[in-house]
Design a binder for this molecule. Structure first.
Ligand code: PXG
Length: 288
C-alpha cells in the first residue's frame, strides 16, 4: 500500500511519524474519513471544507491548498489501484517538544491513507441494529466544539467501549443537558409522525457529511426534515430511527435501550432514505 506522507508517496512500512509529533503526544490534529465509490470520491469538496474549518478552529495552518489536497487524495486512490474504499486524511500539528506549545511545531504533517473498507454485514441493514444509551456524556460543545473533527476521540472511544460492553455496535451519547447528541461515530435521526428529526450541532453533534446529504435527500423526497432537541423518550417512542456516517452510510435502528422502535423492523421512510442515499453515491462525486 502506498501512503501519501508530507508530499511523497511512500510504502506502508516507510510511512512513519515521529514520537514527538503532537498528533501522537496530545491528539493535536484534525482528520476526515471519506468514501470512494466506483472511482468517484463522495463529497470530496465538503470533506475538505470541513477539514479546513476543523483546522481553523484549532488554529492549525494547513500546509496544502484545497486543490492540492484534492489532487493528493485522488492520486493516493490511483496509486493503490482503488475504485471503492475508505480514505483517511489526517493533519497533525507536527513535531514539537514535550510541552503543549503548538507554536513550536512548525511543520504540520499531512497523511492520506486509501484502503479497502470493512462494511457492516448486510443483515444489519435488512434487520436493523439494537443500540443502547451509554453513560459517558458527549463533551460540552462550550469546552470543545463537537463540530471539530479532531484527532482526540477519547470521548467517543469511551462511548464505544461502553457500547461494546453492552453488546451493541453503536450507542447514543447524551450531552451534558441530557439531550441526545449523536452516536459514537454516527449521527442519529428519528422519525416522528412523518417528520425526520436530528439533533443540531449545538447539542453536541458533528455536522456529518452523510447527515447533510440525508437532509438534502429528504427535501427531494418531499419528507419534512429539521433539527430538534431530542430526549431518550423521543427516541424510544419514535416511529423509526436510523444512523448515518461515512462508514455506516444509513443503518436502521430497531431497538433502543431494550425498547422496540416502531414495528421492530426498518421503517418505510428509513428504507426510502437508504435507497435514495445508495443511488446518490453512485452518481455523485469527484472522478479520481
Ligand atoms: N459523528 C461522529 C462523532 C463521527 O465521528 C459522524 C458523526 C458521521 O459523520 P460523516 O461526515 O462521516 O457522515 C462521525 C464519522 C469509521 C469512523 O470508521 C467514522 C468517523 C470517525 C472515525 C471512524 O466509520 N466519523
Amino acid at each position: 500500500m502506498k501512503i501519501f506522507l508530507d508530499g511523497k508517496f511512500v510504502d506502508e512500512a516507510e510511512a512513519k511519524i515521529s514520537v514527538f509529533d503532537h498528533g501522537l503526544l496530545y491528539g493535536d490534529g484534525v482528520f476526515e474519513g471519506i468514501r470512494l465509490y466506483g472511482g468517484n470520491i463522495f463529497r470530496l469538496e465538503e470533506h475538505l471544507e470541513r477539514l479546513e474549518l476543523s483546522a481553523k478552529a484549532i488554529m492549525l495552518d494547513l500546509p496544502m491548498t484545497r486543490a492540492q489536497l484534492a489532487e493528493a487524495t485522488c492520486e493516493t486512490c490511483r496509486r493503490n489501484g482503488l475504485t471503492d474504499g475508505y480514505i483517511r486524511l489526517v493533519v497533525t500539528r507536527g513535531i514539537g517538544d514535550l510541552g503543549l506549545a503548538p507554536w513550536l511545531c512548525v511543520n504540520p504533517s499531512v497523511i492520506i491513507i486509501a484502503s479497502k473498507i470493512a462494511l457492516y454485514p448486510p443483515e444489519h441493514y435488512e434487520n436493523g441494529l439494537a443500540i443502547v444509551t451509554v453513560p459517558t456524556r458527549r463533551i460540552n460543545p462550550a469546552a470543545f466544539p463537537s463540530t471539530v473533527k479532531s484527532l482526540n476521540y477519547l470521548n467517543n472511544i469511551l462511548g464505544k467501549i461502553e457500547a461494546h460492553q453492552f453488546g451493541a455496535l453503536e450507542a447514543i451519547m447524551l450531552n451534558d443537558q441530557g439531550y441526545i447528541a449523536e452516536c459514537t461515530a454516527d449521527n442519529i435521526f428519528i422519525i416522528h409522525r412523518g417528520e425526520i428529526l436530528t439533533p443540531a450541532a449545538s447539542q453536541g453533534a458533528l455536522k456529518g457529511i452523510t447527515r447533510d446529504t440525508i437532509l438534502n435527500l429528504a427535501a427531494e423526497l418531499g419528507v419534512p426534515a429539521r433539527e430538534a432537541n431530542l430526549t431518550r423518550y423521543d427516541a424510544w417512542c419514535a416511529d423509526e430511527c436510523f444512523l448515518t456516517g461515512t462508514g455506516a452510510e444509513v443503518v436502521p435502528v430497531v431497538k433502543l435501550d431494550g425498547r422496540q422502535i416502531g414495528t421492530g423492523k426498518p421503517g418505510p421512510i428509513t428504507l426510502r432514505v437508504l435507497e435514495a442515499f445508495r443511488k446518490r453515491v453512485r452518481v455523485e462525486g469527484t472522478r479520481i
